[in-house]
Ligand binder design. Structure first.
Ligand code: ARG
Length: 394
């Protein structure tokens, strides 16, 4: 029998996939779960469910360090944000796919399966990586059979898969953020109820006193918080805690999915919001005006590539090279003041600062003001000519 490795969360969709892969595809199923910083129980659940559903071989792969260093940190350098969304789910998908491919190769499997439906973004993201790195078959049982949620439930009942107990939201959580979909959130006119949030405090429960956090960057990535040097995973965790406590990082947007469908998306990304804000602040001090303008273009292209699942497109590597070269000087310290759901940069310093207090000062004479006259005189030359032409016409 051919083997298939299934990306397995232990939830309804992927549990149904196990049984479908056996029944309709006649395959031997091996399950795998990649740890990208989801809560403990989401790592333990698939292992347990795989056992309970029939003692399937199950792999747990810890990819947290790799996620932080090779995916989150490049996204910080790029200030990667798509329509207001710091790309938590989107960034993790290519890494999850990569790890599942490794398991499939190790197991000698002939195919990889995932539980994505035909409506979302993740089908694109998984398959783009799988197909660009292997010749393995890809099977998406839920999409293949065009199953609705109700049909899935019926099928699950018929083969003894335990049904979820009145689960409200569909949540995808990793180190970089928490995405909340479904239930009342599907109506974009309805305010997300407080119970949708876990990482961020509602403003009225945040500390009365403001807190100033000091973030140190080296080469465009954060290396210490409040002077404590931390590993990438710890930096992100610490940033999530600090910003979440002050109610920072709630994102509520209308998002344009890859297939064009609009969807209302709610996120909690406190650490991402804080670290990217601080990073931008340091860039303002260390990059030239033209670099900053170009970085903005790179940033939106980068975010779109990540959102669209094109992590393996050579353009992403090209952009990383340009970004890395630019980011060499994004080294220094940023102070951010957090209070009642707001944050504001209150201090920036860098050995590569392009700011000169001397030149900007009113007392200084290094810049001879008289030399500016010629530069200023013809500055708006085209506008002056245009206005003259207009005057003649009237
Ligand atoms: N819309 C987001 C994305 O495509 C997040 C989807 C998260 N999934 C979920 N079940 N909440 O990246």
């Amino acid at each position: 029998m051919d083997k298939v490795v299934l990306a397995f969360s232990g939830g309804l969709d992927t549990s149904v996939c196990i049984k479908l892969l056996e029944e309709k595809y006649d395959m031997e199923v091996i399950t795998a779960c990649v740890d990208v910083g989801q809560p403990r129980h989401e790592i333990e659940r698939p292992a347990r469910v795989a056992r309970e559903l029939g003692n399937y071989r199950h792999h747990t792969i810890d990819a947290r360090e790799e996620f932080a260093s090779d995916y989150i940190f490049p996204a910080i350098k790029a200030n990667a944000v798509y329509e207001g969304y710091p790309l938590s789910t989107a960034l993790a998908r290519p890494l999850i796919a990569k790890k599942i491919v490794e398991v499939a190769e190790e197991e000698g499997a002939s195919a990889i399966a995932h539980g994505c439906t035909g409506k979302g973004n993740d089908q694109f993201r998984f398959e783009a990586v799988i197909r660009s790195t292997t010749d393995l078959d890809v099977i998406a049982p839920i999409r293949d059979l065009n199953l609705t949620r109700t049909e899935e439930m019926e099928y699950a009942r018929s083969c003894g898969i335990p049904l979820p107990s009145d689960k409200l939201y569909s949540i995808d959580e990793n180190l970089w953020g928490r995405a909340i979909e479904g239930d009342v959130l599907e109506d974009p006119a309805v305010e997300p109820p407080e119970d949708a949030f876990e990482w961020t405090k509602p403003v009225d429960e945040t500390p009365e006193e403001p807190e100033t956090v000091e973030i140190q960057f080296s080469g465009g990535v954060p290396v210490a918080i409040n002077r404590e040097e931390l590993k990438p995973v710890e930096i992100v965790e610490r940033a999530n805690e600090i910003a979440g406590t002050h109610g920072i990082g709630r994102v509520d947007i209308m998002e344009d999915r890859i297939i064009g469908m609009k969807s209302r998306e709610v996120y909690e990304t406190p650490g991402a919001c804080l670290l990217i804000e601080a990073h931008r602040g340091l860039e303002q001090l260390t990059l030239t005006r033209s670099e900053l303008r170009f970085a903005e273009i790179i940033s939106s292209t980068y975010a779109e590539l990540v959102y669209n699942g094109l992590w393996h497109d050579p353009l992403r590597e090209d952009l990383d090279m340009a970004i890395n070269h630019m980011q060499r000087r994004v080294t220094g310290t940023v102070k951010v003041k957090l209070h009642r759901g707001n944050m504001r940069i209150t201090g920036r310093s860098s050995p590569y600062s392009l700011y000169s207090e001397e030149i900007v000062s009113f007392e200084d004479k290094t810049l001879d003001q008289r030399e500016m006259a010629g530069m200023v005189k013809n500055y708006a030359l085209q506008a002056a000519i245009y206005r003259k032409v207009c005057r003649k016409e009237n």
